[in-house]
Design a protein around this ligand. Sequence first.
Ligand SMILES: Cc1cc2nc3c(=O)[nH]c(=O)nc-3n(C[C@H](O)[C@H](O)[C@H](O)COP(=O)(O)O)c2cc1C
Length: 334
Amino acid sequence: MFLRLGYALLRKLPPETAHDLGLRLLPLSPYRMNYAEECFTVDTKFGRLKNPVGLAAGFDKHGTHVKDLAKLGFGYIVAGSVTRNFRKGSPKPRIVRRERENALVNAMGFPNPGLEQFLKNIDENRPSETPVVVSVADEKPENLVECYAAVQKNVAAVEINISSPNTPQLRHYFEPSVFRNTAASLAAVKTKPTYLKTPPYATQNDREAVNRVVKIWYENGFDGVTAVNALLVDEPNVAVGRGGLSGRPLFPYMLECVRNVRELVDEGFEVHAVGGISTGSDVFEAFRNGANTVQIYTALIYRGPYAVEKILRELKEIMLKRGFDSVEQIRTRR
Ligand SMILES: Cc1cc2nc3c(=O)[nH]c(=O)nc-3n(C[C@H](O)[C@H](O)[C@H](O)COP(=O)(O)O)c2cc1C
């Protein structure tokens, strides 16, 4: 009841206000998702997960609410993205809802407390049973490597985010020589499973650029990718005029990327699917195309705090109808 009322109220507020207030109210909620079934467990390089639905990067950029978010039932949580130094982010407004499309456009520009404070926050807010993955980003390769080396100590895995659409200075990572050097420097300090967050692509050129970095990533012994980040679009209602589109319209881009990575590399390389996933049927489809886990962000806005439970119940129904005993089977029997 508390969550339902809170959620109805939040949907009437401007998106970023709603987001911040929602995170503040979460500790007061008695809800703890406890729908668990053996058939949902999945094995990843960062451990066995109770279910395959993760929370995508960007929801808890400060690492201050991971423990409360774990109560919503996620199989794992990605916190961040964190950069070397504190950032205020872009001017507001920087998130808009596109209600009819079940989508958001955000131009956040990496607001975060910087590496040292973020690590303290994570340490104070660690959930006991839900693995925490940290997303790191920085335009400067030396800062990226420093963040990567530092966060690994206390997390299950790391995502390297070179694909935020709101930071054009990240694009140099798609030059093969820059990426090759960066990947080698990261590999030299690697101690935990590590995934590259890749962008969606709309053109053949972009697709080739993404393929090139994925191959370099693979050749350097990394563990997989998280596909995809938001898609750059024009949006007059955010202060900077452009931002990253997430939610339903991103779903076909995500599927295309997941399929494509599966063709490029072997099955041992993990693919964590994110982009427009909102129902059990979407999860099923992502697994059919080769995903190892899924992540959600925008679905939490449009389906509310019970999103994970709803998705898992829908998924279970599809699995029963189609004769799958486990989520893993959906991918391996494709
Ligand atoms: C407001 C907002 C902030 C985000 N911040 C980050 C971020 O800091 N790092 C990152 O890798 N992705 C970030 N993302 C992208 C999401 O992690 C995800 O890739 C994208 O939203 C697509 O998933 P969805 O359709 O389920 O929302 C952000 C998305 C939104 C909506």
